[in-house]
Design a protein. Structure first.
Length: 129
C-alpha cells in the first residue's frame, strides 16, 4: 500500500473491511461527503482524527501519514517536471527566434542550448527510474 495516496489507502482499507463510505462516516462522526472527498484526494481528514481513522481501518498512523507525504511529493515532482520541460522548450524557442532576428552570438546560443539540453536530460534521467 506504500505507493498509494492517503485517499486511495482509505478507500482500499474501507472496502477490505466491507464498510461503505456512510459506515466509515458514522464511525468518524463526519458526513459521507467528507469521506468521499478524502478518498478522491480533494481534502484530508483532520490531523486530530487520524489516530481514530487508523484504528477503524486497521492500520497505523505512520502508514496514513506516509501515504499523504508521498502524495505531496508527487505534486512537487510534477511541478519540477513541468519546470524542466518549460525551460528546455523556452531555451530552444529563444535560440531560434534570436537567430532568425540575428540578435544572438554563437557563445550565447551555445550556452542557452546547453541549459536547454541539460534541463531535458535531467527530466529524462529523473523519470526513467
Amino acid at each position: 500500500m506504500s505507493n498509494k495516496s492517503i485517499g486511495e489507502m482509505i478507500s482500499s482499507l474501507r472496502k477490505e473491511k466491507g464498510m461503505t463510505q456512510n459506515d466509515l462516516a458514522e464511525k468518524m462522526n463526519v458526513t459521507d461527503k467528507a469521506v468521499s472527498k478524502w478518498e478522491r484526494n480533494l481534502s484530508c481528514p483532520d490531523v486530530n482524527s487520524i489516530p481514530k481513522l487508523a484504528e477503524i481501518l486497521g492500520t497505523t498512523v505512520e502508514e496514513l501519514l506516509n501515504a499523504q507525504s508521498k502524495k505531496e511529493n508527487s505534486k512537487v515532482d510534477e511541478i519540477i517536471n513541468i519546470a524542466l520541460l518549460g525551460v528546455g522548450l523556452a531555451m530552444g524557442i529563444c535560440i531560434i527566434v534570436t537567430s532568425v532576428l540575428k540578435q544572438i552570438d554563437m557563445n550565447n546560443a551555445i550556452t542557452m542550448l546547453g541549459i536547454g539540453i541539460s534541463c531535458l536530460a535531467i527530466y529524462l534521467l529523473k523519470n526513467n527510474r
